[in-house]
Design a protein around this ligand. Structure first.
Ligand code: BG6
Length: 459
């Protein structure tokens, strides 16, 4: 039997992401017969109270909620081995059973959970353990190394799942299919043909009620270090030996290690200020009024390898921007010299391959085509594929995919220890205390397009 235990069962992550994912999983009906799904926490909650809480939390959720009756709550204090022992007795855990611990808890609590579970593992070595870490995994290179070291003292890498939910998104996984399942893109993805790559993760939303987390974190650690670097790794890495987890992770790791060290002149950091209808970052509830936390980062990255030498990678991400979108845009070098005599009004553009992650799940390619009629007037047209049109359905949620992969012990979409350290190493220069103290932030008005024209004060 498998026991999928969510610690932090009443927390924000469980409520906004994990329960909707469980609802989808129950709808597929695949894992139900051999898996118990449980919420765990220190609170005293009856089954009814817990199920009611999950039910209320899913009030906006449109899917089937019938699964809630199969969810169980257990009171476990992860500082106390006895409470876990009680759980073993109550559920009659046997050799060969599997305990999956999804840590939807603040990172400060990771250490004590690891310690306690390590003791349990010592006394019950014949159980299969899986430890799932939610982001943030560490807060800089040093703390990530320490956490990796701590976890690896007791658990093998095959037992550790580091979540980056972006990797669970269909559009992100599709990058591998697009690149390595087709012959027409891969030969062009190098510095002979590609002029630049841009990766934008823009959000209209602000920090919601997460000031406590965000003010200590900032957008570099919140999005650049993980979602963006993982996306970049998939876009730019070499072909893995096979599509197995270790080979994919080898290549992602290699790619992140090949990133050229960041220089301050390549980076713009911003913080939003109030606009007509939105408060500024410093006025958000819970934010330190002198905070130097960045809510926007723009960066030009370079990959120092033979394939990508000299190709700029423009990255930008931030909160309270004018639109919400996550997109990768590969711009190819222009080839219109044969059409240099083009008539006025004709407007050929550079070819672009665009992978839109959200809000539209779409891949498109722009090519120049002849406009109908006399003469040779060429104009860009779009060749595209959307998930909904091609497959007749929207893709499943990222967490649904990730939870299924954890149950199936497939680590392809989870970040390995060396990858996460390489990613922290890359951004570390930007997040050192001295650097933060002396940083120059550019201010942009919340919800406006200000950020699109920001200049670096260090230039
Ligand atoms: C999370 C960040 O990892 O990703 C949030 O902590 C961010 O700040 C979120 O809003 C974006 O993910 P998604 O899937 O909602 O685009």
């Amino acid at each position: 039997m498998k026991y999928f235990i969510i610690t932090g069962a009443t927390g924000d992550l469980a409520i906004t992401k994990l329960y909707p994912a469980l609802a989808e999983i129950f709808a597929y009906n695949k894992y139900i017969s051999d898996t118990h799904f449980l919420g765990a926490g220190r609170k005293d909650l009856s089954q009814e109270e817990y199920q009611q809480l999950v039910h209320n939390s899913l009030s906006q959720f449109e899917g089937e909620k019938d699964f809630i009756k199969d969810l169980q709550y257990i009171k476990i204090d992860f500082d106390k081995v006895e409470t876990i022992n009680n759980f073993f007795i109550r559920y009659n855990i046997q050799a060969g059973d599997e305990i999956i611990l999804y840590m939807a808890i603040p990172p400060q609590a990771f250490d004590s959970v690891i310690n306690t579970l390590a003791k349990i593992k010592n006394s019950h070595p014949d159980i299969v353990y899986k430890l799932v870490f939610e982001k943030p995994f560490g807060s800089d290179l040093q703390s990530a190394q320490a956490l990796n070291q701590k976890a690896s003292q007791h658990f093998r890498e095959e037992e550790i799942y580091r979540v980056d939910h972006y990797l669970g998104k269909e559009t992100i996984q599709n990058i591998l299919a697009l690149r390595f399942g087709n012959s027409m893109f891969e030969p062009l993805l190098n510095n002979h043909y590609v002029e630049s790559i841009s990766i934008d993760v823009w959000e209209e939303r602000g920090i919601d009620k997460r000031a406590d987390y965000f003010d200590k974190t900032g957008i570099i650690k919140d999005i650049l270090q993980n979602h963006i670097l993982q996306t970049l790794a998939l876009i730019a890495m070499e072909a893995p030996v096979t599509m197995e987890a270790e080979y994919i992770r080898d290549e992602k790791h290699k790619l992140i290690k090949s990133l050229r060290a960041i220089q301050n002149k390549d980076v713009i950091l911003g913080q939003y200020i109030s606009s007509e209808d939105k408060v500024g970052y410093l006025q958000e509830d819970g934010v330190d009024s002198n905070s130097k936390t960045e809510t926007y980062v723009q960066l030009t990255a370079y990959i120092d390898n033979l394939r990508w030498e000299g190709v700029p990678i423009y990255i930008s991400t931030g909160k309270r921007l004018s639109e919400t979108k996550a997109e990768v845009r590969i711009t190819f070098k222009p080839r219109f010299k044969y059409f240099s005599h083009i008539d006025e009004g004709c407007n050929p553009q550079k070819n672009e391959l665009v992978i839109s992650i959200q809000p539209n799940e779409e891949v498109y390619y722009t090519v120049n085509a002849k406009f109908p009629g006399k003469g040779m007037c060429i104009q860009p047209v779009k060749l595209n594929f959307t998930y909904e049109e091609s497959f007749g359905q929207k893709s499943q949620g990222a967490y649904t995919k990730l939870i299924q992969d954890i149950l199936d012990a497939d680590q392809s979409l989870f970040i390995r220890a060396d990858e996460i350290e390489a990613a922290w190493n890359y951004v570390d220069i930007l997040i050192q205390a001295d650097n933060i103290k002396n940083r120059k932030l550019i201010h942009y008005k919340a919800g406006t397009e200000d950020y699109k024209i920001m200049n670096n004060p260090d230039e």
